[in-house]
Design a protein around this ligand. Structure first.
Ligand SMILES: Cc1ncc(COP(=O)(O)O)c(C=O)c1O
Length: 397
């Protein structure tokens, strides 16, 4: 019989029923240290009292009104995001894929109202992930995600990303033409294998875009909201995008995304050009406002950087101690990856057996995305559990 639940996921047979800070509890009572955070979503830990309070207070007042009316929570959250970023304007979505979708539409519309409707091509990069809508999979470019879903959406080109800055830039320049509307890139590729993109390359993209009137879109869905130790990863680079996609951490587990933009990039998005029934509804806005308050509170990013530096350093020692299991550690802030010598799935299973949840990523990488509220003692515990998992794999090899 066909499963009642559409079988698009290869799920692990564990059901978590409760979360508390950095820990998850399964239905059999087993406790796990959570180094996955629901794929970079539970940035403020499970059951964060500020987020629970904001959601429950709003739930008692008003759930939904539609975007036909003013939504005060949207106005306050947009003002906070504008005050804390390059952006002049914000649209709220329900997911990351929708934030990317609007970024593509906005970029095309920008050139359309400039009198250049032929400029509708979006260039993405090898190893990217921009969601599972038809445009998202076209930008992602992974044949595994495209297969069987009809012709790839028109106007999406993909450039190589080898890490050799000069070579990648040359290849990109060969792709750019009079049809190019925008480039989209994750400052650190997440699903692709926790691959930080070279700072020089990202700065060169900014310059290329400025020279050619192309819009630069940063997909900070995974890297944003403090994950790399800055509110948004591009702040490390001293450059700004024209459009930015945000999701995951901004809702702390409540479905919320956002597309941020400069006034110039967004100038084509006039009344009637885009919409969403649920986007920015009062429940999401209550949580989003509380999440941004937490991420911008004094000391929050200092904490992230402190624990991240400790983790990064100690992971180096872990890799050195288990050379048959690990190849190397990479990433930025609390977005870390262990490049494996054994299949990443084997290590993830062993880690779960040791009591810690970690995630897979492309390029045979094990991804570590703990809640940003992780304490140093919890980081130490995590390292011990990862060490136990490695030792167990060594013993069975
Ligand atoms: C960089 C990036 N872009 C887009 C998405 C898609 O977000 P969502 O799954 O919320 O649609 C993800 C999700 O993993 C992501 O990491």
């Amino acid at each position: 019989m066909f499963p009642a639940l559409l079988p698009t996921y290869n799920r692990t047979d564990v059901a978590f029923v409760r979360g508390e800070g950095s820990y998850l509890f399964a239905e059999d009572g087993q406790r796990y240290l959570d180094f996955g955070a629901g794929i970079a979503v539970n940035a403020f830990g499970h059951g964060n009292p500020k987020l629970v309070g904001a959601l429950t207070e709003q739930a008692g007042k008003l759930w939904h009104t539609s975007n036909l009316y003013r939504v005060p929570g949207q106005e306050s959250l947009a003002a906070k995001l504008v005050a804390n970023t390059f952006a002049d304007t914000v649209f709220f979505t329900n997911s990351g894929a929708e934030a990317c979708e609007l970024a593509f539409k906005m970029a095309r519309r920008h050139h359309f109202v400039n009198g250049n409707p032929e400029r509708f091509h979006i260039i993405s990069f090898e190893g990217a992930f921009h969601g599972r809508t038809l445009a998202g999979i076209a930008a992602t470019g992974n044949t595994k995600y495209l297969e069987g879903f009809g012709p790839k959406a028109e106007g999406f080109d993909q450039a190589t990303l080898t890490g050799d800055v000069a070579r990648d830039l040359e290849a990109l320049k060969a792709l750019v033409n009079e049809k190019t509307a925008a480039l989209i890139i994750e400052p650190v590729q997440g699903e692709g294998g926790v691959r930080p993109v070279a700072a020089d390359f990202l700065r060169a993209l900014r310059k290329l875009c400025d020279d050619k009137g192309i819009l630069l879109i940063f997909d900070e869905i995974q890297t944003g909201m403090g994950r790399t130790g800055k509110l948004f990863a591009h702040e490390w680079l001293g450059i700004e995008p024209d459009i930015m996609c945000v999701a995951k951490g901004i809702g702390g587990g409540f479905p919320l995304g956002a597309t941020l933009a400069t006034a110039d990039a967004a100038k084509g998005m006039t009344a009637g050009t885009h919409g969403s029934t649920y986007g920015g509804n009062p429940l999401a806005m209550a949580v989003g406002n509380a999440a941004v308050d937490l991420a911008t509170a004094p000391g929050f990013l200092d904490h992230v950087n402190k624990v991240a530096n400790y983790l990064n350093q100690q992971l180096g020692a872990l890799v050195a101690a288990h050379p048959a299991i690990f190849d190397s550690v990479r990433g930025q802030g609390m977005m870390l990856g262990l490049k494996m010598k054994v299949p990443n799935g084997d290590f993830i299973t062993a880690a779960r057996g040791a009591g810690i949840v970690v995630l897979p990523a492309g390029d045979n990488v094990v991804r570590l995305l703990p809640p940003l509220t992780l304490s140093e003692a919890e980081a130490r515990e995590g390292l011990e559990l990862l060490g136990k998992a490695a030792a167990k794999l060594e013993a069975t090899a």
